[in-house]
Write a protein that binds this ligand. Structure first.
Ligand SMILES: Nc1ncnc2c1ncn2[C@@H]1O[C@H](COP(=O)(O)OP(=O)(O)OP(=O)(O)O)[C@@H](O)[C@H]1O
Length: 407
């Protein structure tokens, strides 16, 4: 059995989802013969509402396939997937959910990765045409469905052992990303920008949060794990060859870190911010995470950890993001000259960014570094307990449910 649900978030992005759905999306569905009963058209009224609606439907109308026309940003999609991941009281039969995404959010990372803004075609209003591509695929006679990978991240307490048992591997919190799982600068910005929401209601709060954190170096140890399966390796991008090279079955990295961010399903976090560009230019053969790491001690002009060094390095972190990620992903080719300046044309010198492709990661923060204890999962913030750790791994399903997108 197949059910179609329409869900839109009226307050996401610039709050135009309701108008878009009333004037264009729902009439288009009806015109194409997809009559959606009013009870299956939901305007969300509160945080978490979209997840509640989907769980209710899975409980009352268990079926093999559910299509959701979703008008939102990435946050609402994350809520739906997380609600299903957390629904441990119910064992779902094998279920597929396919989303027809209508980008109505602020960033729309997933939509703009699947439909890069330059690909707009067709007649009429180009902006509207651009936004309806996934719905048009849903309505076509042979829709293409692209499976979504999930990145499941859990935080763990410090291992405690006594004579009888060792208490470990019981997560404190778990959340599921369809876009991003990060620590370091990105997690701090998302965390602090929420705290600034009341005093700076505009997007300027992200800039203010970045300024608060740009000089911080995050003390942690990292382990990268291979994708599931036999004979899989952690891969590191070699810009000279423009290919990934094998780095073995696990890779350990010492901090400090300025930047540590992994993505699934996307090459960008907003239309112009291509932070993991290789996801679309060197397409992965299997489900995996792309990770971008910046470790300041790779800079030849920095000999140790000092406040002065942190201040000097801040400009380079900005350069990686502003002249790299915002310039079509140019940061992956940046190298250090001997004096520490950044070169985008050279083939020599160590890379500024380490770009890995792998199946998961473990982040163990230094207990004295409070900021290193934050993890960002599609905008949701998890807190790693003191002496604990965070662990992230790729997954195909959440609670037996497989997700995909009409493309
Ligand atoms: N009626 C509502 N009132 C308040 N919040 C709502 C309502 N409906 C949904 N929400 C919440 O709005 C939040 C933001 O939604 P969403 O992420 O889709 O948009 P966005 O933040 O604008 O976009 P993006 O994630 O692409 O930046 C979600 O956490 C969702 O739970």
């Amino acid at each position: 059995m197949s059910t179609t649900l329409v869900i839109y978030n009226p307050v996401c992005g610039d709050s135009t989802a309701k108008k878009l759905f009333t004037e264009h999306v729902i009439p288009l569905l009806h015109k194409s013969g997809k009559i959606i009963p009013p009870d299956n058209i939901i305007e969300t009224t509160h945080l978490g509402h979209a997840g509640e609606v989907v769980l209710d439907l899975l409980r009352t109308q268990p079926g093999e396939h559910l299509s959701i026309i979703l008008g939102s940003g990435d946050g609402t999609l994350h809520e739906i997937v997380s609600a299903i991941q957390h629904s441990t009281t119910v064992t779902w039969g094998k279920t597929d959910i396919t989303f027809a995404l209508v980008p109505c959010g602020t960033a729309n990372a997933l939509y703009s990765s699947l439909f890069p803004p330059t690909s707009t075609t067709g007649e009429g209003d180009p902006q509207l045409t651009y936004k309806l591509q996934s719905v048009q695929s849903f309505l076509s006679s042979k829709p293409t469905e692209k499976p979504l990978s999930l990145a499941v991240t859990s935080t763990y307490p410090a291992s405690q052992s006594n004579a009888k048992e060792t208490i470990k591997n019981i997560p404190i919190a778990t959340s599921t990303s369809v876009v991003v799982a990060s620590t370091a600068l990105h997690a701090s910005i998302l965390h602090d920008s929420e705290a600034l929401r009341a005093s700076i209601p505009t997007m300027e709060r992200f800039k203010a949060a970045a300024q608060q954190n740009i000089t911080h170096w995050y003390s942690a140890k990292v382990k990268l794990l291979p994708p599931p399966g036999i004979d899989n390796d952690v891969l590191l991008y070699d810009p000279r060859k423009n290919e990934f090279v094998k780095k073995g079955s696990d890779v350990e990295l010492e901090g400090p870190f300025a930047y540590f961010l992994s993505t699934v399903n996307v090459d960008r976090l907003e239309p112009a911010f291509r932070i993991t560009p290789l996801f679309t230019s060197l397409v992965p053969h299997r489900q995996s995470l792309d990770i971008v790491i910046v470790r300041p001690l790779r800079d030849p002009s920095i000999s140790g950890i000092s406040e002065e060094a942190k201040g000097n390095f801040a400009a380079k972190s900005v350069q990686v993001l502003a002249q790299g990620a915002y310039q079509d992903g140019a940061h992956i080719r940046m190298r250090y000259n001997e004096d520490g300046s950044i070169d985008t044309t050279s083939d020599e010198g160590s890379t500024v960014v380490e770009y890995y492709r792998c199946g998961g990661w473990e982040w163990v923060p230094e207990s004295t570094d409070i900021q290193a204890h934050l993890v960002c999962i599609d905008g949701e913030i998890l807190h790693i307990p003191k002496q604990g750790k965070a662990s992230c791994s790729i997954s195909e399903t959440a609670s037996n449910v497989q997700f995909s997108v009409f493309i």
